[in-house]
Write a protein that binds this ligand. Structure first.
Ligand code: ARG
Length: 462
């Protein structure tokens, strides 16, 4: 046999060293060193299992575990030297294990492959990241609850097509966003559940003849169970894509909220004030106070959607099982977590820094004939069909428009000309407060409903 030209674990077959450029493109250590805790935990679980199953001797297993714990400390204290020529986190750690405990390190890789390691580590990372994001989502929900509670009775216009539609409670509007973030929370919980199948022990792709106990390693690592198919085990990146999708959805919700905040804070709308600590100035226009935080919330969602698309495209043409293409899976996921984690924190701070401009909200709630539907409903209650009532209400709007008045400024004598069924109680029906509080259907904007929902939410997000 010829002399080995490289000291790589797989170098024995090679007649020459890998080119410098191949080494460069092949190395993922700069990205996947993020997985060191998961990799060490995975190796320890695997090693203990090998000893329990009497596949390796228990004194060797102990040496390996001690060596791995030493490496963990070296990395934590930043003493560990990561090297590109050792490619990735798995081989960097294995190489160092050989230096620390000698040839016994070679027993660790029985019945496993880097293909198992990388996806096991990555799954553990995704589970952890989803748990962390859920903590931030909860904090954001709590901040929204607080803001809603503080401004329970504030009335604002609700919109469709960005045209004033019907009066609603500001608190009800905020509760709408809470619903979105609650769904995101639920979806990340599902990501955790769906990711909780352990691929370790797939042994590259076919499984192994050694009597390994994959249920044991699953339990050790906190997975619900082992994956059912060794080929799928190493080929699956659905969990990473699902993580990116749920992150995209959550970012979309954050972006819509940010857009509302930007719009409401604009000088032409001016429905909310934002505390200066969430605003920036202009280098030329001395008067400016800009909502950059909200704009970046909106802007950064773009990178997250890009990351989802990137991994979908990377995976779409790959036959089973492992290809090096899949090494590109981590960067978009790690980056997405970083962005979303910061965005959720910023969103919380932004929500905490908002105060509604109550007078302007109320003025706009009255503007645009927003109780026209209430007038139609009034006529329905007096016996008309809704279609008939709709026409009559439109006529009333035309009169108000001609007189340049809002609906609640019209006199009873004017209104009663519309239909003989109209009685003086119509005046009440045209008031925005009455409109809001009449919406008592489940999920509607009445203060009674909102108070009930807030109570429920406060219990849920203590
Ligand atoms: N660093 C690699 C990755 O992230 C590890 C898997 C290597 N497997 C292989 N068959 N070359 O995908």
């Amino acid at each position: 046999m010829g002399k080995t030209k490289t000291n790589k674990v797989w170098g024995t077959r090679m007649k020459s060293k890998p080119s410098e450029l191949l080494t460069k493109i092949n190395a993922s250590i700069d990205v996947d060193k993020e997985l060191y805790q998961q990799d060490i935990n995975g190796s320890i679980a695997h090693c203990k299992m090998l000893a329990k199953q009497k596949i390796i001797k228990s004194d060797i297993s102990k040496k390996i575990v001690n060596g791995l714990e030493k490496i963990r400390k070296e990395i934590q204290s930043k003493k560990f030297k990561f090297s590109q020529s050792n490619e990735d986190i798995h081989l960097n750690i294995e190489k160092r294990l050989f230096e620390i405990i000698g040839p016994n390190a070679g027993f660790l890789h029985i019945a496993r492959s880097r293909n198992d390691q990388v996806t096991t580590d990555f799954k553990l990372w995704v589970i952890d990241a989803s748990q962390n994001l859920n903590i931030e989502i909860k904090k954001l929900i709590k901040a929204l609850i607080k803001l809603a509670e503080k401004n329970k009775n504030v009335i604002m216009p609700g919109f469709t097509h960005l045209k004033n539609a019907q009066p609603v409670l500001f608190s009800h509007y905020l509760l709408a966003y809470i619903e979105m973030f609650k769904r995101d929370h639920k979806k990340f919980t599902n990501v955790i559940k769906n990711t909780s199948e352990n691929p370790l022990g797939s042994a590259a792709l076919a499984g192994t003849g050694f009597a390994i106990d994959r249920f044991y390693t699953s339990k050790q690592l906190g997975f619900l169970k082992p994956t059912d198919n060794s080929i799928d085990g190493v080929s699956d990146r659905d969990y990473a894509i699902e993580f990116l999708f749920v992150s995209s959805l959550c970012s979309m919700h954050l972006s819509r909220l940010a857009e509302e905040i930007i719009l409401w804070n604009s000088d032409i709308v001016n429905m909310i004030n934002i505390n200066d600590k969430m605003l920036t100035g202009s280098s030329i226009m001395p008067q400016k106070k800009n909502p950059d935080g909200a704009e970046l919330l909106r802007g950064k969602s773009g990178a997250i959607y890009g990351n989802l698309n990137s991994l979908l495209v990377t995976m779409k043409g790959l036959p089973l099982s492992y290809f090096k293409d899949m090494q590109e899976d981590k960067k978009p996921v790690f980056e997405t977590f970083k962005i979303l984690n910061l965005n959720l924190k910023i969103a919380k701070e932004l929500v905490e820094s908002i105060s509604p401009n109550k007078a302007i909200m109320k003025k706009f709630a009255n503007y645009g004939y927003t109780t026209a539907t209430d007038f139609a409903d009034y006529l329905v209650k007096k016996g008309l069909s809704f279609r008939e009532a709709h026409k009559k209400s439109a006529k009333l709007v035309n009169i108000a428009e001609k007189k340049n008045l809002s609906l609640n400024e019209l006199s009873f004598s004017e209104i009663k000309k519309i239909d003989k069924l109209i009685k003086p109680d119509v005046i009440k029906a045209l008031k925005i407060e009455n409109s809001v509080n009449s919406k008592t259907s489940y999920g509607g904007t009445s203060i009674k409903n909102v108070v009930k929902m807030l109570k429920k939410l406060k219990k849920e997000f203590k």
